[in-house]
Write a protein that binds this ligand. Structure first.
Ligand SMILES: NC(=O)c1ccc[n+]([C@@H]2O[C@H](COP(=O)([O-])OP(=O)(O)OC[C@H]3O[C@@H](n4cnc5c(N)ncnc54)[C@H](OP(=O)(O)O)[C@@H]3O)[C@@H](O)[C@H]2O)c1
Length: 289
């Protein structure tokens, strides 16, 4: 079996380490975290792995995972590059969505790649159950990408390859759907609060409609999933809502206008007529008095 060393076995590193050990994809070699206590905890969670005090003290391995925070990857790559061991046949990879494999240049002649799981590892014990089915974006040297394709397929993940120059755009795509959705939920809760609906009631109210909307988007696509006043070209309702938002909190009105513009563009693609689209665009452009 191939060996895997892990530098930075935190939330993501220890989840992958344990799953790869359980599925007998890799034998876990050495683990090196920032602190000895955290390294020991990670080895216990993974159920294997020798605690190493430093990168220099780690034995050679077939594959190296750098799963520190993004800010440490460059310095770890430098440290790996300074090792005396023969890295020539090794595969080195990190899991950042924001960074490409070029940051691993100091590890040459090892084959380098980045592998970004589209998954939230907030709770490693839960991720052991929920990671299967998640997509993993791979980018880098072909030998490393082929390896990682097999390793993630063995975890029932769905690999996809991405060109290095598109990595930032790819990551921004996830940010829109995940992080911005959270910001939208916050705007919605703040607006309900202004309407006198408390948080608990608002969350109960939102649960079925948010889940239904997500399902509609995934099954029908956004053009068909869009409903509401903008999709209907109903300028009177949009105008009344803008006025109410402006009175309650001008910041909410500003967000409504900006997101409304994106909705008009979507509604136009979904079949809303030119005249209605232009009327709504104009309405949403004017700051409310
Ligand atoms: N979390 C997610 O949902 C998620 C999703 C996709 C991708 N990622 C990517 O996965 C990577 C890891 O994220 P994470 O959330 O797992 O981070 P994390 O839980 O904060 O874990 C980072 C680990 O790196 C260790 N570390 C920090 N500096 C180090 C150093 N100089 N030498 C050795 N170890 C060091 C830390 O050790 P100590 O415990 O001793 O401090 C910790 O165990 C990042 O590139 C991130 O972008 C994360």
């Amino acid at each position: 079996m191939q060996t895997l060393n892990i530098i930075g076995a935190g939330k993501l590193g220890k989840t992958l380490g344990r799953l790869w050990r359980q599925r007998q994809v890799f034998e876990i070699g050495a683990i090196c975290n920032r602190t000895a206590e955290s390294t020991r905890d990670a080895a216990a969670f993974i159920g294997a792995g020798d605690a190493a005090e430093s990168i220099a003290a780690m034995p050679d391995a077939d594959c190296w995972l750098i799963a520190t925070g993004n800010g440490q990857i460059a310095e770890i790559a430098e440290a790996l590059g300074r090792r005396r061991g023969d890295c020539g046949r090794a595969v080195v990879f990190h899991c950042s969505g924001a960074l490409g494999s070029a940051i691993l240049e100091p590890c040459r002649p090892a084959a380098a790649a980045s592998a970004h799981p589209v998954h939230s590892f907030a709770d490693p014990a839960l991720s052991l159950e929920t990671l299967p089915g998640s997509s993993v974006a791979l980018e880098g040297d072909s030998r490393a990408v082929e390896w990682l394709h097999s390793a993630f397929t063995a975890l029932d993940c769905v690999p996809l390859t991405i060109a290095p120059e598109n990595k930032s755009l790819y990551h921004a795509g996830s940010v829109f759907a995940c992080n911005y959705l959270t910001a939208l939920m916050d705007l919605s809760l703040r607006t309900f609060d202004a309407a006198g609906i408390d948080r608990e009631q608002a969350l109960r109210l939102l649960q079925p409609i948010v889940l239904q909307t997500a399902r509609n988007n995934l099954q029908l696509g956004p053009e068909k999933a869009l409903t509401g006043p903008i999709a209907r070209g109903d300028g009177t309702t949009v105008s009344a809502q803008l006025e109410a938002l402006q009175a309650a909190d001008p910041q909410l009105a500003q967000s409504y206008r900006q997101l409304g513009q994106a909705c008009v563009e979507l509604a136009r693609r979904g079949g809303l007529g030119e005249e209605a689209s232009e009327r709504l665009t104009e309405l949403l452009s004017e700051p409310t008095k």
